[in-house]
Design a binder for this molecule. Structure first.
Ligand SMILES: [Zn+2]
Ligand SMILES: [Zn+2]
Ligand SMILES: [Zn+2]
Length: 170
């Protein structure tokens, strides 16, 4: 899927992050806030890192490292896998991007800057990904952990199913 085909708003637009929204401003706002945060924290948002973040923001769907590498090459950033991997590593480490283990792919974070445990809803048909917050210290798991004297630091929640768009078509 190219960024040209990406839905913005309107009746026919695919739910992005499962919800129709002004996607152009969604991408622009996220990029700006990434720039501001990098500046404030002394992080270097190099052109290739910024490009990878922008690609992922365009999608609201998981992209594998090779898809990202292909696009980087098309954009003239070279075709060496370490280029993509290093950019992804930076973005993941600093919370701009999450890795979806289930798909071995990456998505842009929906609320970067906030400390959070993401819970992903992944469409098995179109790979659309929506990110919700999970509260690992609450709920059934939290209660079980407390009973066991276990302190949860991190959880990975990846739910698989059908997004509203694919449910409609089915
Ligand atoms: Zn968007
Ligand atoms: Zn997130
Ligand atoms: Zn779907």
């Amino acid at each position: 899927m190219t960024s040209d085909a990406h839905p913005v708003i309107g009746k026919d637009a695919a739910p992005v992050g499962f919800q129709e929204h002004d996607h152009q401003s969604c991408v622009a706002t996220a990029l700006t806030s990434a720039e501001v945060r990098c500046k404030a924290e002394g992080l270097r948002l190099t052109p290739v890192r910024r490009k990878v973040l922008e690609m992922l923001l365009q999608e609201h769907r998981a992209l594998g490292a090779y898809a990202i590498l292909d696009r980087l090459r098309d954009e003239g950033f070279g075709s060496q896998p370490p280029v993509a991997y290093r950019a992804l590593e930076f973005l993941v480490q600093n919370g701009f991007v999450h890795k979806i283990e289930r798909l071995n792919a990456f998505v842009a974070c929906s609320h970067p800057g906030a400390a959070h445990s993401p819970a992903f809803m992944i469409c098995r048909k179109c790979d659309a990904v929506a990110e919700a917050q999970s509260a690992p210290s609450k709920g059934v798991l939290g209660a079980a952990a407390r009973a066991a004297g276990f302190e949860i630091e991190r959880t990975v929640v990846e739910a698989e199913g059908l997004c509203p768009d694919c449910t409609e078509k089915a």
